[in-house]
Design a binder for this molecule. Structure first.
Ligand SMILES: [Zn+2]
Length: 311
C-alpha cells in the first residue's frame, strides 16, 4: 500500500487487483508494442517487455482533518459484468486491505465516483444474504448530477431482454452498453439510493474542505476528477481522463473507452500544460506501479515522474 501527504491530507491507495497484462491491449489504439517501447520512462512500472501497457484497479482513501473520503471503488465482489467477464464474479480482499490501511467500512464519511463506469462503483455495495447492501453505512454517496443522469438514462434505455453475448468491450455505441449500465445501476447504485444515502451535487462542488469535484470531460460527458488542496499543496485524483501514463507522453491518444475522444484529448492537453513543472501530485486511478507523481516537461511534451510514498 502506498500513502502520500498533501498538506494536512493523507491519501492511501487501496489495491483491488492488478489487471492481467494484455487484457486491455488495444484500448488505446495508437499504443502498439513499437510505440510503447519507444517511450523509455514507461519501464518498468507502466509497460512490460512485450510492449504491453500495464494497468491497475485501485481506490484512494482521502483523510482530511475532518473526514474520510473514498474515491472510486473498483469492480466490487460477485458483480454481474458480461461486458468484461474477467472483472465480474470477483472475490478480492479489498475490504480487508481497507482495514489494514486503518479504515473500517463504518469510518467512511463520503464515497465519490469520478464517473459511474462499472470499475469505479463496484464496492459501493456488498452482497449480504443474497441482497445488495451499501458497503459504507455511514457515508454520503456523492455523485455529480450530470454524470448520474447520463448513466441513469443509459440504464433506462436498456431493452427488456438483451443478448450480451456479442458485447464489445468499452464500445460506447454498442446497444449492449444499456444492459450493462442497467446491471451496474441495479447492483451498485440503486441499493444506495433506496437506503437514502445518495446526494447529487453540481460540478465544482466542495465535498468537504480541501476536497472538490472538478470537471474533466471526455471519458464520459460528466466525468470529474477529485481535486485536493491543503495549504499551498495540491493533488488530483484523475479518474479515467488520463487512462494510462502513456497519455502524458502522448496527450492526443484517447481511449476506446472515451465517449468523446476529441474532447478527452483536449481536456488532457489543457490539463497537462497547466500542471507541467508544478508540484501538483497526480494520482492515477488505473496507473500500475507508483500511481502518484508529477508531470514534468520532456522535449515537446511531458513525462510522469513517480513520487513514492511520502507518508
Ligand atoms: Zn476505469
Amino acid at each position: 500500500m502506498s500513502t502520500w501527504k498533501v498538506g494536512d491530507i493523507k491519501i492511501s491507495q487501496i489495491l483491488e487487483m492488478p489487471v492481467e497484462p494484455g487484457e486491455l491491449d488495444g484500448l488505446i489504439e495508437e499504443a502498439t508494442p513499437e510505440a510503447v517501447r519507444s517511450i523509455a520512462w514507461l519501464y518498468p512500472d507502466y509497460a512490460n517487455d512485450a510492449g504491453q501497457t500495464l494497468w491497475s484497479l485501485h481506490a484512494y482513501v482521502v483523510e482530511t482533518p475532518s473526514h474520510r473520503v473514498l474515491v472510486d471503488a473498483g469492480c466490487g465482489n460477485h458483480k454481474t459484468i458480461p461486458l468484461l467477464p474477467n472483472w465480474g464474479g470477483l472475490d478480492n480482499p479489498f475490504l480487508e486491505r481497507l482495514e489494514e490501511a486503518g479504515y473500517r467500512t463504518e469510518d467512511i464519511d463520503y464515497v465519490l465516483a469520478t464517473h459511474l463506469h462499472l470499475d469505479h462503483v463496484g464496492w459501493h455495495t456488498t452482497l449480504v444474504d443474497g441482497t445488495w447492501r451499501p458497503t459504507f453505512p455511514n457515508a454520503r454517496y456523492t455523485f455529480v448530477t450530470d454524470e448520474f443522469e447520463y448513466h441513469k438514462s443509459l440504464a433506462e434505455g436498456a431493452p427488456a431482454s438483451s443478448d450480451l453475448a456479442h458485447a464489445v468491450v468499452y464500445a460506447g455505441a454498442d446497444p449492449d452498453i444499456h444492459s450493462q449500465t442497467r446491471l451496474v445501476f441495479a447492483e451498485s447504485i440503486q441499493p444506495c439510493m433506496d437506503a437514502g444515502l445518495v446526494d447529487l451535487v453540481p460540478s465544482g462542488h466542495q465535498v468537504t474542505p480541501g476536497v472538490r469535484y472538478t470537471a474533466t470531460p471526455g471519458h464520459t460527458k460528466g466525468h470529474h476528477s477529485v481535486r485536493l488542496e491543503s495549504g499551498d499543496q495540491s493533488a488530483l485524483i484523475t479518474g479515467d481522463f488520463i487512462h494510462h501514463p502513456i497519455q502524458i507522453a502522448r496527450p492526443a491518444w484517447s481511449s476506446r473507452g472515451d465517449s468523446d475522444r476529441e474532447l478527452s484529448a483536449r481536456t488532457r492537453t489543457g490539463f497537462l500544460r497547466s500542471v507541467s513543472g508544478t508540484d501538483m501530485l497526480i494520482l492515477g486511478t488505473h496507473f500500475s506501479g507508483p500511481s502518484g507523481g508529477h508531470v514534468v516537461p520532456d522535449g515537446d511534451g511531458y513525462r510522469f515522474q513517480p513520487v513514492h510514498a511520502t507518508a
